[in-house]
Design a protein around this ligand. Structure first.
Ligand code: UDX
Ligand code: UDX
Length: 483
């Protein structure tokens, strides 16, 4: 749905405003709190506030800069349509603050959306989820709560985390009742607002006790304000936790599958786009998520698969763990092959050659660069002593942070024409729509010759670019060269 169509539901604010302008919270049906104002917490709460004016939604975060940005016109994340829905509810029933204690005290329902990155130390380093923020949050909730609450796991977590949370919350000495629910978020960046507005499904897992089922219904009621009931799926809490990991593992596995086949296509004169199209017409396979690429990135896929692998190993399921781990191995291989292909094509030396990376974000329509394949590629090219010019419409600030302290010559230019000018090669790393239709004649004439184009996303017309004069290296189809 277009942003203009997102009309705020009718809600008469008269009567909830005191004379002095202060709001009377008791006019709200319930108060929701979200701990963690990141890529998931921020947009999700903005959508709930936008759709449910009868609920007060407080969002807290330990990072004051982030909160300041949420309270400004310069939101901390770029997401199409987000600004409009934040503005529609902010200061009315959506509030951002750093006051965690107050937020906990006044809430009936608490969503926890703090980050759960891959552990970098100790047992399980590089595989397991780091639950320190999660546990710290559980302890804060326990400390400051003096009324019963529903706690909703939004972050992606290993199965059985809810049990740990329950144990912390209800350990001896606390008489307040907490009911823990699992409600994983399936939104994808770049399409978060659309995904939140019309999700394929909402999943709510709970204990199957009378209290658990009652709490589940409370949460279902919130989503039912704008999502048809038959799209709201309920389950036991462990199925819900596991489903999130499995959904991401399946999605990532599709990309690794198609990328693995793309390597074979390059050797056999087959064309991965044609293969993807042909297999995607089988309704059992489906046609989505079959785009061969330079590899998947983002904060979730790799982290969640490694988490799944770690869980399987913990239960002694070695073969199952190996199977899922291979999805990450293929992804690494895909990134490595891309750079190796550049090196080989460009006469086995990149030293002092100017290479333009078109795109740095991990996917289009976001400024997020977490686990972006572009970072790996940039570092490898710098290792080869290439000079890099990095261009991206939204991710240059993050790119600068990611590459801070990395040795080598790097220039950042938003304009793709300036970025490509004078370069020996252009590599398309992110599938930004605008890269499909650049004036490649103009780019070609500004480049060093022979001019190389590596299309890590298969977004340009390869034959046309070859006709212009480029030596073109797509993913999953034979190169088109003038040599
Ligand atoms: C989310 C989920 O939480 C994660 O489990 C999932 O796998 C991916 O999506 P995301 O919203 O992308 O993470 O993370 P991030 O943008 O890093 O936001 C987390 C926020 O929590 C940060 O703003 C951080 O400051 C905040 N935080 C962290 C707290 O407020 N308290 C803490 O103790 C730790
Ligand atoms: C993913 C899941 O899609 C979402 O449901 C979950 O909640 C969080 O993780 P996200 O990482 O934001 O979302 O984006 P997604 O669209 O899944 O893309 C992930 C990566 O896969 C990107 O780098 C993207 O470019 C790549 N990709 C995607 C491909 O290489 N080929 C495809 O066909 C699709």
């Amino acid at each position: 749905m277009g942003i203009t169509a997102m009309i705020r539901p009718t809600f008469h604010m008269s009567g909830i405003k005191k004379e002095n302008g202060e709001r009377m919270d008791n006019k709200f049906k319930k108060t929701i709190l979200c701990i963690g104002a990141g890529y998931v917490g921020g947009p999700t709460m903005a959508m709930i506030a936008h759709k449910c004016p009868q609920y007060k939604v407080n969002v807290v975060d330990i990072n004051p800069e982030r909160i300041d940005q949420w309270n400004s016109d310069n939101l901390p994340i770029y997401e199409p349509g987000l600004h409009e829905i934040v503005v529609s509810a902010r200061g009315i029933n959506l509030f951002f603050s750093t006051d965690v204690e107050k937020g906990i005290k006044e809430s009936d329902i608490i969503f926890v959306s703090v980050n759960t990155p891959t552990k970098t130390f100790g047992v399980g380093a590089g595989m397991a989820a780091d639950l320190q923020y999660w546990e710290k949050t559980a302890r804060q909730i326990r400390k400051y709560s003096d009324s019963p609450k529903i706690i909703v796991e939004k972050s992606t977590l290993p199965v059985k985390t809810a049990q740990a949370m329950e144990r912390i919350l209800t350990a001896k000495g606390k008489s307040v009742h907490f009911e823990v629910l699992s409600n994983p978020e399936f939104l994808a960046e770049g399409t978060a607002i659309k995904d939140l507005e019309t999700p394929d499904r909402i999943l709510v897992g709970s204990n199957e006790t009378p209290e658990g089922l009652k709490a589940r219904e409370e949460l279902v009621k919130i989503y039912a304000e704008w999502i048809p009931r038959d799209r709201i799926v309920t389950s036991n809490i462990w199925s819900s936790e596991l489903s999130k990991l499995v959904a991401n593992a399946f999605l990532a596995q599709r990309i690794s599958s198609v990328n693995a086949i793309s390597r074979l296509c390059e050797k056999t004169d087959a064309d991965i786009n044609e293969v993807s199209y042909a297999i995607g017409m089988d309704s059992r396979i489906g046609n989505k998520f079959l785009n061969a690429s330079v590899g998947f990135g983002g904060s979730c896929f790799q982290k969640d698969i490694l988490n799944l692998v770690y869980l399987c190993r913990g239960y002694g399921l070695t073969e199952v763990a190996d199977y899922w781990e291979s999805v990450v191995r293929i992804n690494d291989h895909q990134k490595e092959s891309f750079v190796l292909n550049m090196l080989t094509a460009m006469f086995n030396t990149l030293a002092e050659k100017r290479i333009c990376l078109l795109g740095f974000a991990f996917k289009a329509d976001t400024g997020d660069t977490r686990e972006t394949p572009a970072l790996y590629i940039a570092k490898q090219l710098l290792e080869e002593n290439a000079e890099l010019v990095i261009s991206d419409p939204k991710a240059l600030e993050n790119a600068k942070k990611d590459l801070k302290g990395v040795n080598g010559k790097i220039t950042y230019l938003e304009d793709p024409y300036e970025a490509a000018s004078g370069s020996h090669a252009v590599a398309i790393v992110t599938e930004w729509e605008e890269y499909r239709n650049l004036n490649y004649d103009k780019i070609y004439s500004s480049m060093q010759k022979p001019a190389f184009l590596f299309d890590g996303r298969n977004v340009v017309d390869h034959e046309k670019l070859y006709q212009i004069g480029f030596n073109v290296y797509p993913i999953g189809k034979p190169a088109l060269t003038h040599f």
